[in-house]
Design a protein around this ligand. Structure first.
Ligand code: CP
Length: 308
């Protein structure tokens, strides 16, 4: 069973294969000669369940469109429409869904819900975000970096702000793709020690710094994300804003990175909070390429899961 649960636990060669296939399918759709592949029948006759316990724009639309581009069909279930862990056990939901569909993508809160689903499903399960990780996003981000700047191996990636689930998947990716990460943010918002340990165990250099200027110096890529994640209480909003203001990615901070440093944000962005308009809309920003590449990379992930 090939589940796509996180970047760390997926074979590095397979990750590279997923990126290559995503690029090939993207090129083919754009009519570029490099792309040779007709992907329109890969999922013909297959049904994909898309489960959302949290809101989504990009993940929902890109998985739905991606499945259809591959010739498959989707059933989208969100919020109270599903009885995941309430009404019946996650294990039973996994067993039932496996009788109806060929693949399950889930966006949920606790990582344990994803893992429980995967343990009991007899079809592949894809992680469409949990409170801890967001691997599809970071696969799209690695693809986007390489489209613009070539191999990410050996490059310096600076993460500014909350060391959240996307940051965690960047740390997973650092170990697998061989790049350096420096995380800059307040001490109580640094990523879990386990993510840092895993990246270092695979030979990646990881720095933690409370000094944003020092952190972005020499960076090839600067990344940030919302200061309040979907699972955070709105009550902390004001204190978070005060705490994270020094880590806002603005033109002044970007000026300390390499002159051709890319800027990424997985979106949705809170303009004027974690990043300013001049950066989000600036010449080094690739935020909409990241959003587009969710589509291409997830198509390749679905094909990898089903060995197609
Ligand atoms: N970046 C991302 O996952 O976007 P959505 O929350 O809109 O799916």
């Amino acid at each position: 069973m090939r589940h796509f649960l996180d970047i760390h636990s997926t074979d590095a060669g397979d990750l590279r294969g997923i990126l290559d296939q995503a690029k090939s399918m993207k090129d083919a759709r754009a009519g570029r000669p490099r792309g040779a592949e007709d992907d329109t029948r890969a999922l013909a006759g297959r049904m994909v369940a898309l489960l959302f316990e949290k809101p989504s724009t990009r993940t929902r639309v890109s998985f739905d469109v991606g499945t259809r581009q591959l010739g498959g069909r989707t059933i989208v279930l969100s919020g109270s429409e599903i009885q995941l862990g309430h009404g019946e056990t996650i294990a039973d939901t996994a067993r039932v869904l496996s009788r109806y569909v060929d693949l399950v993508m889930i966006r949920t809160f606790e990582e344990e819900s994803l893992l429980e689903l995967a343990r009991h499903a007899t079809v592949p399960v894809i992680n469409g975000l949990t409170n801890r990780t967001h691997p599809c996003q970071v696969m799209a981000d690695v693809m986007t970096f390489e489209e613009h700047r070539g191999p990410i191996s050996g490059k310096r990636v600076a993460w500014a702000g909350d060391g959240n689930n996307v940051c965690a998947s960047f740390l997973h990716a650092a170990g697998q793709f061989g790049f350096e990460v420096v995380v800059t943010g307040p001490e109580d918002l640094i990523p879990e020690a386990e993510f840092v340990k895993l990246a270092r165990a695979k030979g990646a250099s990881v720095e933690l710094s409370s000094d944003p200027v020092k952190a972005v110096r020499g960076a090839d890529l600067v990344v940030t994300d919302a200061w309040i994640s979907m699972h955070d209480s709105p009550a902390i909003k004001e204190s978070r804003r005060r705490q994270l203001q020094p880590y806002q990615v603005n033109a002044e901070l970007m000026a300390h990175a390499k002159s051709d440093a890319l800027f990424m944000h997985c979106l949705p962005a809170h303009r004027g909070e974690e990043a300013t308009d001049e950066v989000l809309d600036g010449p080094n920003s690739v935020v909409f390429d990241e959003a587009e590449n969710r589509l291409h990379v997830q198509k390749a992930i679905m094909r990898w899961c089903l060995d197609l």
